[in-house]
Design a protein around this ligand. Structure first.
Ligand SMILES: *Cc1c(COP(=O)(O)O)cnc(C)c1O
Length: 496
């Protein structure tokens, strides 16, 4: 019997003990105010150290992470997180800082912000960065607030609309709406790129700007970006770059040179910091020089004498978007990644990510439908299986249902792979979005390709095998409707 066949949470036995306090705490009497002191025992489990260690080790093995296997989750850039980043971020000189310490005592930390701003500006072609946003979506909102502030300061208050392509990540229209801007959708052409002819009639003096992802969510480079930039700037709008897909462009081309005015980076994607499960993240935003005064505050400033200072407020700023200075631990990890790769290897990262994606696409195109057949960047999209195993009778009625994209994803779990992103982008009905990243070896990619081919063969033979998958995971197929409608979000102690 595996551990998870019987989820053991009720391990407590009266009197059992598994902790020892550090000497410094022994006999310390805390002078707590009466109303704060506990009136009855906390009701903590009484367990031995061995039981605690096994409990958490077993739980951790029910999970899947980049450290345990290949994680081709499209759009998420689940690259390996080098352990040197963790060591740097865990240095006591960094991790024991307090955000309210005097500036004179945190000069080294402020220098990290300053150096990161220089590095990211060089990588992206932007003039200035703010590190306050704590996620990509938070960066989008902060960037749009910066855009709105820029128009406001010029007395141009009629610009209330933002153009978003129909291929955009869902956070783009959501951020625009949260920012109080109206979303106008521009269509994609059959080749997956923004339809410039559809864009032209949308432009006018009510347009605050356009949000674009390049390469877009299909992994395709928007080749007409220069023309789009000229058109949008021509009507007085700004260009926002969703930098979640910056990975393949590292060292190759810069958003600033493509004509973008504002952008965010997902440090937790492109710059190898761990992510998933809602955090922690970091979505710094960069802007062209004329927008630097509108960036959210606080920002790190360098004085003439070389000392660093925090500029807390500025009248022209879009305001404050988070407490203190963003997720410093994540910024440190990304800084460590950039310094350890250096200019030459950073450039190689993007190119290898592109090579890996194209290799998988070409190897699997005989088994999976490729709706847009062109060279991709770091990711690409299939539209389900070529042979899903379905059968029809003479009248065209289905006698055997075929395997869907969901079934393929579930079956992959049986083979020890995290599933790719599915049913996104919304442009196709059976989207499977694969992003291998540059950190996978040829061997691990070949093994994944072999499994994807095996699953396609299984589907053609017996789609039920996929439809009932996964068979080997701690939890099989949850009832997604009930999980959404009646979620059980916390452990409830039960009588054993
Ligand atoms: C991941 C992603 C986002 C949102 O970033 P978060 O850090 O998850 O908030 C936005 N756009 C695209 C294209 C993405 O892939």
């Amino acid at each position: 019997m595996k551990y998870y066949d019987k989820l053991i949470f009720e391990l407590s036995k009266e009197g059992r003990c598994g902790y020892s306090l550090p000497d410094a705490w022994k006999g310390v009497e805390l002078d707590l105010p009466e109303q704060l002191s506990r009136k009855s025992p906390a009701g903590l489990p009484e367990v031995s150290e061995c039981e605690v260690v096994r409990h958490y080790t077993n739980l951790s093995q029910m999970n899947f992470g980049v450290d345990s296997g290949f994680y081709p989750l499209g759009s998420c850039t689940m690259k390996y997180n080098p352990k040197i980043n963790e060591e740097i971020a865990a240095m006591p000189a960094f991790c024991s800082l307090h955000p309210l310490q005097p500036e004179s005592s945190v000069q080294g930390a402020l220098e990290v912000y300053w150096n990161m701003e220089k590095a990211l500006s060089a990588i992206t072609g932007m003039a200035a960065f703010s590190f306050n946003p704590c996620a990509g979506a938070h960066g989008e909102l902060s960037g749009l607030m910066t855009m709105r502030r820029y128009h406001e300061l010029r007395g141009d208050s009629a610009r209330t609309k933002v153009i978003v392509p129909d291929s955009a990540h869902g956070t783009n229209p959501a951020s625009a709406a949260v920012c109080g801007l109206e979303v106008v959708v521009v269509k994609s052409r059959p080749d997956g790129l923004v339809d410039v002819e559809d864009l032209k009639p949308l432009l006018g003096n009510d347009i605050a700007g356009i949000m674009m992802t390049n390469p877009n969510t299909l992994g395709l480079f928007e080749k007409e970006i220069k023309e789009i930039a000229a058109l949008v700037h021509g009507c007085g709008g700004l260009l926002y770059y969703d930098g979640a897909n910056m990975n393949p462009l590292l060292g190759v081309v810069r958003p600033g040179d493509m004509g973008f005015d504002i952008m965010h980076l997902n440090l937790h994607k492109t710059f190898s910091t761990p992510h998933g499960g809602g955090g922690p993240g970091s979505g710094p935003i960069g802007v062209a020089a004329r927008l630097a005064d509108c960036l959210p505050r606080p920002r790190v400033i360098r004085e003439a004498d070389g000392r660093f200072r925090i500029e807390s407020e500025k009248d022209s700023s879009a305001g404050r978007v988070s407490a203190f200075m963003g997720n410093f631990g994540i910024i440190l990890r990304a800084y460590s990644y950039i310094l350890s790769l250096g200019r030459r290897n950073l450039l190689l990262a993007g190119k290898l990510a592109t090579l890996n994606a194209n290799y998988i696409k070409e190897e699997l195109r005989d088994c999976y439908k490729l709706p847009i057949d062109s060279i991709c960047k770091h990711e690409f999209v299939f539209d389900g299986l070529i042979d899903d195993g379905s059968r029809k009778d003479a009248d065209g009625n289905e006698t055997r249902p075929g395997a869907t994209t969901l079934d393929v994803a579930k079956r992959l779990l049986d083979y020890g792979y995290h599933a790719p992103t599915i049913y996104f982008p919304l442009l196709f009905h059976q989207s499977i979005m694969i992003e291998p990243t540059e950190t996978e070896s040829k061997e691990s990619i070949d093994a994944f390709i072999a499994v994807m081919k095996k699953i396609a063969a299984e589907a053609a033979e017996d789609p039920m095998l996929l439809k009932s998958a996964p068979h080997n995971t701690p939890v099989s197929r949850p009832d997604e409707t009930t999980a959404a409608r009646q979620p059980i979000l916390r452990w409830e102690a039960t009588q054993a």
